[in-house]
Design a protein around this ligand. Structure first.
Ligand SMILES: Nc1nc2c(ncn2[C@@H]2O[C@H](COP(=O)(O)OP(=O)(O)OP(=O)(O)O)[C@@H](O)[C@H]2O)c(=O)[nH]1
Ligand SMILES: [Mg+2]
Length: 229
């Protein structure tokens, strides 16, 4: 066995991606574009939340969205319906985006800027998955994730990395709490804060709009602080 060379490919892939992500963050700063990476499991409400977010913020800032999916363009069509710019990224079967893929998407968005002016806020809707997207730094200025009530309050215990890399956790579908009555808001808070004591936790419903103002305030303040830094 001693003459067998073992190469830690995974580690070098991550190290290379981290370098690229830092480069991308620098470029985005020079352009004045705040990049939000939005993650969650499939169906927790990313696209519905983005539609509400765009409605809340579009008069204050120029917003563009990258929809990442393995296939289809349904989410991009939904976002285009809000009036925001949007492009679809197909990952070729990959369950996450890395910094290189994000850069390709941003380059496409920036090509469209002439007519639309500068992009203040670019949002990446990552592929629905609680594992792989958390492992790859996309170059984002902030990471957000959505945990929806039907998924259960134990998810921070089972998927620790996702919760530890996110600045903010949106607890979505609170309108469904009467049906999913084993979900405890107190327990989910404890579980999230155990993984990430600095996480901001915002209960909301993308369906009814409850809590969207709190989320929009958080994002507005975060973009403003980033621009002033
Ligand atoms: N009851 C309820 N349903 C919601 C809420 N938010 C989203 N939904 C529904 O949940 C389903 C999935 O919502 P999407 O916004 O497509 O979820 P997503 O995370 O973008 O899904 P993928 O992109 O496929 O991963 C849709 O039927 C939405 O109407 C909510 O707050 N409450
Ligand atoms: Mg979606």
């Amino acid at each position: 066995m001693s003459d067998v060379r073992v190469i830690e490919v995974k580690e070098s892939v991550f190290a290379d991606n981290d370098r690229k992500a830092d480069e991308l963050r620098e470029e985005l700063r020079e352009r004045g574009t705040f990049l939000l990476n939005l993650m969650s499991s499939p169906g927790s409400g990313k696209t519905t939340t983005l539609s509400r977010t765009i409605a809340a913020l579009k008069d204050e800032m120029s917003i563009a969205v990258m929809e990442a999916d393995i296939d289809s363009d349904v989410d991009t069509r939904t976002i285009l319906g809000t009036g925001a710019r949007a492009i679809q990224l197909h990952t070729g079967g990959m369950c996450h985006l890395d910094a290189y893929m994000t850069e390709q998407g941003l380059n496409e968005l920036f090509c469209d800027e002439d007519g639309a002016g500068r992009t203040d806020l670019a949002i990446l809707e990552n592929v629905g998955n609680l594992v792989c997207p958390a492992e790859f730094d996309t170059g984002a200025s902030a990471n957000a994730m959505i945990l929806s009530v039907p998924e259960g309050d134990d998810k921070p215990l089972k998927y620790p990395l996702m919760f530890s890399v996110c600045d903010v956790v949106l607890v979505n579908k609170i309108d469904a709490l009467p049906v999913f009555d084993t979900f405890s808001m107190e327990r989910v808070r404890e579980n999230i804060l155990m993984r990430n004591p600095n996480a901001t936790i915002i209960p909301m419903s993308a369906k009814t709009g409850e809590g969207i103002d709190v989320w929009a305030d958080w994002l507005r303040a975060r973009v403003a602080a980033w621009k002033q830094a």
